[in-house]
Design a protein around this ligand. Sequence first.
Ligand code: AMP
Length: 295
Amino acid sequence: MKEFFLAWSTVSMTTKVVRSIAEMQKIAQKLHRKGKTIGFVPTMGYLHLGHLSLVRVAKRYSDVVVVSVFVNPIQFGPQEDFNVYPRDFKRDRMLLSKEGVSYIFYPQARTMYPKGYKTYVEVKELSEKLCGRFRPGHFIGVTTVVAKLFNIVQPDIAVFGQKDAQQAVIIKKMVKDLNFPVKIVVAPTVREKDGLALSSRNVYLTPQERKKALILYQALKTAQSLIKQGNRDPQKILHTMYELINSVPEAKVDYIEIVDLDNLEPVSEIKDKVLIALAVRIGKARLIDNLVVKL
Ligand code: AMP
């Protein structure tokens, strides 16, 4: 009896790959009819422990977990890395089945954006700040694909990483403004032991650049301790961060900012809670990282 149960439970854990929008919607509707809640983790694949940590959070909050693997062409600029973005679906599928994910939504670009596609979702202002200044159109691509994915997967909850802090703020705003019946959960950034935030784009770093990339987290931690020591002037803290990062010749800063967590506006004085966010290019990689510092 026990053996039968084990065999049965293994079979019931198999992960189904769904490539069609209509099929994914049918599955979601059926699950809802049965009273099951759906937890959703949107990704671009080439999964690492950061993604898997979101899956584990989704599992805690829901009955059935759906993960999408889709390198979304419309969130990449013409000079960006869409064509070379790392992909390994076989490995992703293996990792997700080990995590007990029930469905992987794995559409093709032409399925998501057929010829004549015309509709885009824009969260104004928030999308133009921080990374938005350097990646025009990027967040329109993100909010458009997430809105579509929500309509396809029909989740009760969706999990996003704090690693992409601005993305999480923008998605929460979109969900609120467009009344999506989805609860957004933001899960903490997963880091390597030495502090580097996990990212699919870390594969672009050579071993030497990988070492240099540690300066991002070091600068964030330095800022955090300056604030904890009583410094309240963002300009002074930013100056120290720029000095630290600019001391690494390979590092090219796009921005370092200390902003309000809700509206992403730079703060003039550090009070209660701030987001320290940065984007730095090292070699072929554009790395982003952030820390929320509470007083
Ligand atoms: P991506 O595949 O890069 O689009 O990321 C998919 C999701 O994983 C997003 O919600 C990211 O914020 C999240 N994510 C990426 N890296 C990490 C990390 N190191 N820790 C936690 N979440 C992450």
